[in-house]
Design a protein around this ligand. Structure first.
Ligand code: SF4
Length: 124
């Protein structure tokens, strides 16, 4: 999912389409994949507090930290651009926003800020 949902500047890959190196069997250049791919880990891999019902392949959303802008992001699968609006996902995003974090849901080039009040607003 991260090989399609995410923009990867180093590969000149926009958010949405599957990376040209990806296929049904996974990454075709796995042994030589770039450092950005080697280093990336979504929240599911790093945050043991995420409950099973928020597993990315089940909900169509991956959670990640964007350290460059200090944002907590929910990035939707290209095939499920509204997945961030699912009640369980949205409740998680509001809970994170209540901790003071900037929370952004993304689907391709579209983005929405999710607020601690339970409101959301398009940012583009
Ligand atoms: S190079 Fe491989 S691991 Fe990196 S985005 Fe493309 S398919 Fe995924």
């Amino acid at each position: 999912m991260c090989c399609s949902a995410l923009e990867i500047v180093e590969l000149k890959k926009p958010a949405g389409p599957l990376c040209v190196n990806g296929g049904a069997g996974g990454c075709r250049i796995y042994a030589e994949r770039p450092g950005v791919c080697r280093d990336f880990e979504c929240e599911w891999l790093t945050n043991r507090k995420l409950p099973p019902h928020l597993r990315p392949d089940r909900i169509g959303v991956l959670f990640m930290e964007d350290g460059d802008v200090d944002e907590y992001r929910a990035v939707c699968s290209p095939s499920r651009p509204h997945a961030w609006r699912q009640p369980a996902v949205f409740a998680h995003l509001v809970a994170v926003a209540k901790t003071g974090r900037v929370v952004v849901a993304k689907a391709g080039a579209q983005a929405w800020r999710v607020f601690a009040s339970g409101e959301s607003a398009s940012t583009v």
